[in-house]
Design a protein around this ligand. Structure first.
Ligand code: PLP
Length: 471
């Protein structure tokens, strides 16, 4: 049976089949908020449903499709790789494409590290070694192991609101309890510290039992980031107390923030950097741990430890080719500069609406990772609606924005974080003037509706609240 036959014969069963065999709760949510679309085609920043409607994708598969979907150069490269019948995953070999991708990744990383050199008081840590993974969480799991082995310490510090993945090690570093509840005891020795608070960080580091401080320079959940010099000072402290810095660039890496890596905005020089998502080009899962040879030497300390940390699929031909081509496309098509430009246009456009809309309280982000935060209104009528909705569920107001953005304007966005009123934008880096204008016009219309009480937008809120209560 070929793929077209499957699409032709079973498309109508899509949601039922998924509910029956995979995740009925997710299907219930999709149906409740009207996200149960049947997308059948995708190109660049657009999705298409089975009725031919075009949608602007401001979610990009949680950050996977930085260069847009189904990029022709990547399709060609992958077709070529398949047609070459390469000797992939021999395992007892040293694959050429892995070496080439590692070289390219390290070049970009060290450029980002060098960019902040003049503003640092400590020496940079040039990164020269790569371990390839299949996902972001696997990259962070490996980074935890490497840091523990290299320092001989167990403890890992992480930031409030952090998200580093959902396997048990990465989950132990999650700043939202909602993700952890119900899964028993996780990796011991993991402690959360508040973002921006150097005193608390130093208090923990001074115990000299911390292997690593892991952070997202710009956090995926809620798009929070610390004041300008926090990470730089944190790194001074880490150096002082012998703790390694792990920059989780799984979501922010490869141009998302308008620079190759988010840590570049903060002039730091991490000891370990983890990457995934966009490196795949949206086709072949791939991640990477990029680190320093000193750390490698501690982990892989003798010949009989040469595969002491290893995996089966990590360096496969298609994943390596996806990574090599992704880096090439990002560079050739100027997508990182485009992310900076479009991000600024969106932030400026949103900020200009603040005077009109009292519930629009904060717009933050860098490049094309943007949070739009709402707060409780002052005017009496709106306050009634706000309080009613929040009594049921504090994440519902965001849905009142996200739902009509999709149903009325065909723009896919998401609510981010737990129990907060934040809508997040994570578009592909290839969006253009027209897309920005379409989003800003749509968002203006949606917020205008939300600021009319009673009205259609609040009706959506009540319907969602009713479902939440009955769930
Ligand atoms: N780290 C960050 C910052 C992420 O945003 C994510 C995923 O959203 C992960 C790690 C986990 O990556 P994956 O879902 O590929 O395991």
């Amino acid at each position: 049976m070929n793929i077209q036959d499957i699409y032709d014969s079973r498309l109508k069963e899509q949601h039922d089949l998924f509910a029956k065999h995979i995740n009925p709760q997710l299907v219930k949510v999709l149906r409740t908020i009207g996200f149960d679309k049947t997308y059948v085609k995708a190109e660049g920043q657009y999705l298409y449903d089975n009725d031919g409607h075009q949608y602007l994708d401001f979610l990009s598969g949680y950050g996977v499709f930085s260069m847009g979907r189904n990029h022709p150069k990547l399709k060609k490269a992958l077709h070529e790789a398949i047609d070459m019948d390469t000797a992939s995953m021999v395992q007892m070999d040293a694959p050429l494409l892995a070496g080439v991708l590692a070289e390219k990744l390290l070049e970009k990383l060290n450029q980002s590290i060098d960019a902040g050199a003049s503003t640092r008081s400590y020496a940079s840590t040039k990164l020269d070694t790569v371990f390839f993974t299949n996902s972001g969480t696997e990259a962070n799991e490996g980074a935890i192991k490497f840091a523990r082995c290299a320092t001989g310490r167990d403890k890992i510090l992480y930031l409030e609101h952090a998200f580093h993945g959902l396997t048990t090690g990465s989950l132990a570093l999650n700043g939202n309890d909602e993700f952890k509840n119900g899964f028993g005891e996780l990796l011991p020795g993991c402690t959360s510290v508040p973002q921006g608070d150097l005193a608390v960080l130093e208090y923990e580091l001074a115990k000299k039992d911390t292997a690593a401080f892991i952070f997202e320079a710009i956090q995926g959940k809620g798009v929070y980031y610390a004041p300008a010099d926090y990470l730089k000072a944190a790194q001074e402290l880490c150096r002082k107390y012998g703790t390694l810095m792990i920059a989780d660039e799984v979501q922010t890496g490869l141009g998302r923030t308008g620079k190759w890596f988010a840590f570049e905005h903060f002039g730091i020089s991490p000891d370990i950097v983890t990457i995934a998502k966009a490196l795949s080009g949206g086709f072949v899962p791939v991640g990477a741990i990029c680190y320093h040879r000193n750390i490698y030497n501690k982990v892989y300390s003798k010949m009989d430890r040469c595969v002491v940390h290893s995996n089966t699929f990590g360096r496969n031909t298609l994943a390596m080719m996806a990574g090599i081509t992704t880096l090439q496309v990002l560079e050739e098509e100027g997508l990182i500069a485009n992310a900076a430009l479009r991000g600024q246009q969106i932030v400026d456009g949103l900020n200009s609406m603040k005077d009109k809309y009292e519930m629009l309280s904060d717009v933050r982000g860098k490049g094309l990772i943007i949070a739009i935060e709402f707060n409780r209104p002052k005017s009496l009528k709106l306050k009634i609606g706000w309080d009613l909705i929040h009594k049921v569920n504090s994440g519902l107001f965001g849905q009142m924005v996200v739902v009509p953005l999709l149903s009325k304007h065909r723009i896919l966005t998401q609510v981010t974080g737990h129990n907060c009123d934040i809508v997040k934008l994570l578009p592909p880096l290839c969006i253009n003037d027209k897309d920005v204008e379409h989003f800003l016009t749509a968002f203006d219309a949606v917020l205008s509706d939300c600021h009319r009480f009673p009205g259609g937008a609040w009706e959506v809120g009540y319907q969602l609240a009713k479902h939440a209560l009955s769930a």
